[in-house]
Write a protein that binds this ligand. Sequence first.
Ligand code: URA
Length: 294
Amino acid sequence: MTLSGPVSDISASISDANAALALLRFNLDAGADAAIEEAPISRFGLAGVRLETAAPKASAPMRATDPAPANVTAPRAPAVPTAAILGANDRALAESARAAAASAGSLDELREILQRFEGIESLRGRATNMVFADGNPESRVMLVGEAPGADEDRLGKPFVGVSGQLLDRMLGSIGLDRTSFYITNICFWRPPGNRKPTEAELVAQAPFVQRHIELVKPRVLVLVGASSAHALLGTNDGITRLRGRWFDYKSAGLANAVPALPIFHPAFLLRQPAQKRETWADLLKLKSRLAELG
Ligand code: URA
C-alpha cells in the first residue's frame, strides 16, 4: 500500500530521521567523536576572549611514530569559552581571579589564595575539600586532569579513586610515580553530583591553573582527558584527534613553551579498555621525551 498526502510526508520524515540516526550510530561505532561542518569555518574571525592559559596555536611537530596526519588540523582559536557565552559577572569574576592568582609567589600562597577566593561558591560551597594537587612539585612532569570526584573530594587529593589508580598503574609502567610527577586538575572542587564544571566555573579557575603551571615550571605537561586539553590548548577538537601529539603550552609567566601531550582520561579507558593500547603508545612517547630531556 502506498501512502499519499500528509500521512506520507510524516512517514517520509520518520524514515529520514531513522536513516540519519543509523548514520550517526555508524559514525559513533567507527570512532567519530567530533562533529565537523561540511564547509570549513574560520574561527579566527570569531570574536571571543581567550583563556590566558591557552596556547594560541599548537606546533604539533609530527614524528614518524605519530598518528597519520589525515584530517588532523591544528587546534583553532578561540579557546573555550567565548565572550558570547559569558556574562559580565563571569568576566568580572575571571578578572579578579586573574589578579588574585597573579599575586601568588609560591604554591603555598596560591593554595591559600584559592582557598579564600570568593565567587566559585557553586563548587566551593558544596564540596568537602578543595583538591589542589598531589605528587612532587619539583618533578619534570605535571599532569592536569578535569575535576575531582567523590573520593578526591573526601581525601582532598586528585586522582585517588578508581580512575586515579589506573592512571598510577599506567604511569608506573613507564617508571613514574607520585614522587616523580605532580598532578592537579583544571577544576579544584568536585562539581555537585559529578556534573561537568560549567564554562563560567572553568573561566574563574583558569588563572589559578595558569599560575599553578607557571609556579611549577614543568618540563612536560600531560593533559589528561578532553576537558583539560580543551582548556589548556584552546581547541574544541576531539581527544581522539589530540591524543598522542605534542603541542606547545605558552603562558606569559613562562620563559619557554612547555611541550604538552594530551592523553585519554583513565575514566574513559575504564569504559573502553581497548583504547589502552593507544595510551600505552602515548606513554612511550612521554617516556622518550623525558629521556631526550635528560
Ligand atoms: N578525574 C579527574 O579528572 N580528576 C580527578 O582528580 C579525579 C578524577
